[in-house]
Ligand binder design. Sequence first.
Ligand code: AMP
Length: 414
Amino acid sequence: MEHLGDLESKLAGKNVLVRLDVNVPIDADASEDVLSESIKAHPRIQNIVPTLEAILEHTHKVMIAAHLGRPCGKVVEGLSLRPVGAVLAELLDREVVLLDHYLDEPPALFLKTLSQRQILLLENLRFFPGEKTADRAFASHLCSGMDVYINDAFGVCHRVHASTVTIPQWLGKENSFAGAALVEEVRVLDGLLRAPASPLCVLMGGAKVSDKMGALLSVIDKARWVLLGGAMAYPFLQAQGYMKLPESTSAKELKDVELARMVLAHAKERHVELVLPQDHVVAREFSATATPCITQDSCIPEGMMGMDIGPQSCDLYASYISRAKTVLWNGPVGVCEWPSFAAGSLAMAQAIAQNSGITVVGGGDSLALVLKHGLASQITHLSCGGGAMLDYLEHRDLPALKELSPFRSFYGEL
Ligand code: AMP
């Protein structure tokens, strides 16, 4: 937090552009009150309030830039930032003015028209194709007339976008800073990679197998136990012969099995125990209403598909988690959106919540599960970045972080 002190002295009277991560689930069917409460409770929103309050102590000329969902460069009414703006207004006790047309004139011009109690929120950046293509003209238009850029959006720091990389390049490192939530994310993840309280237990699940292999290889070096679940476990089971490779196996899936062999060899070399499910909840079809069956062992019978880890595996994994001093979890161990296949992921969330050591949970689905079951206060750190967390664990750096000067010095001091 020390670095925020530095930052504040640079803000007095300045025009400040803040990139925030407010990408929270928006339930279009929920009533206004219910929607507002769910937005307010989300860690992505909770985490950015201190940064905004600190900035507002020094300047009221604040312009927030953020995105919601995947509108793919087009205006999508359901992905407007309006509900988020209403929540921020309440939390900050300011009027948040949503600017939905800002391509004709630089948005900084609108800052001049605001009173001391008003701040500006740019409508969803991803309504414009220039955001995702990191377009220089789009970026320079957004930051024209702005003095300072603050990035407090860890969840998008792995993206080379206009608002994460091109804008700080325009404004220069000397004017581009990290917000408090971003610094905290990096501090926690960096601590895990440097010197985690030992033993470290890593639990990885989810479906994006190849996205996670790099992070897995990187954290194996620090872990005592690596527990795998969800679709993440299947290439490993296939590599060990517990699961037959169907004839329809794609080239990508074959590559995952190859990667799994490499990770298994690396874990063995490092004397890290890599634990695979001992039993599974399987079904004949991938459907919420499919009949769940529990296998007797690690093998997945032909014609069935794995949907969750089984009860024996839940107990086994929970026993590893209970002995760890540090736990890192990314990705559900089953299809947690469907009640018949959610028991394993819930058991993992509960086991992690009961661990009194350092517990770090990241990834959209794992985070949602922890929030849904009221376990958030029992977790040391809820990471608000899924892909960003994995990329940071793999590379120890992210493209957007390279553009932030105080962050660099803070990072150097870690
Ligand atoms: P990820 O974004 O990689 O963390 O993946 C999360 C997704 O993985 C969730 O939507 C889960 O439904 C899905 N998932 C978890 N286990 C399985 C499984 N055994 N088969 C298919 N999808 C799964």
